[in-house]
Design a protein around this ligand. Sequence first.
Ligand code: PGA
Length: 251
Amino acid sequence: MKKLIAGNWKMNGSLSANESLLAEIKAGLVNVSTPCDVAVCVPGVYLSQVQSLLGGTSIAWGAQDVSAHEKGAYTGETSGAMLREFGCRYALVGHSERRQYHGETDLVVAAKAQRALAFGVTPVVCVGETLAERESGDTMLVVKRQLAAVIHAVGHCVSEVVVAYEPVWAIGTGRTATPEQAQEVHAVLRAQLVAACTRGSGPRILYGGSMNAANAAELLAQPDIDGGLIGGAALKAADFIAIISAASVAR
Ligand code: PGA
């Protein structure tokens, strides 16, 4: 399976910074032979800019959230139909920062995944345990519960989602899960997804949490790590390209 490297810009960027970052990424990609799949998930206000800069290239783009509702009186929200109109292939759903700072529950996350799929946008469903949950031995329980809510909502369509395992304690901390720690969780998620899918090996499972140019190859060599969701390192073209190169070799 071709790997997927998706950048999560979070609340970073400006019209000029985005333009130079994407120009550098496009230039860097030319030197990567048979690159993996690549995407950037950007703040909503920049979707139009990114659509015009990336349209016709092999780089896909996406949003960082999507509304659980179809349309109407939901001030501040963006619908799946709107994302589709701006060419989004992906929408992050249930990122730990959304769960933590915006009170998104498993049910809300599942509804968002369902809504994205309904509009032809692939949800990148983020799951992951906090440090306290890992230390109390609840990692598998937590990630399986988070994923089960999505499987329950979308049924056999789960084969169309992307899952991202992002241990909360590894996000933006510089503290990466070891390849063994990540693989252990990915294998559990894989088994859960395969059991829910009617055919195939199921969706891609990305690892996220301080993945960088130095540790990407080792993480991506794990049998159940199908790509990466990259925060900080996605804002530096050279680092992002280095991760893409590592993922393009590791098949
Ligand atoms: P990080 O963020 O790579 O900066 O740890 C990953 C994410 O939050 O998606």
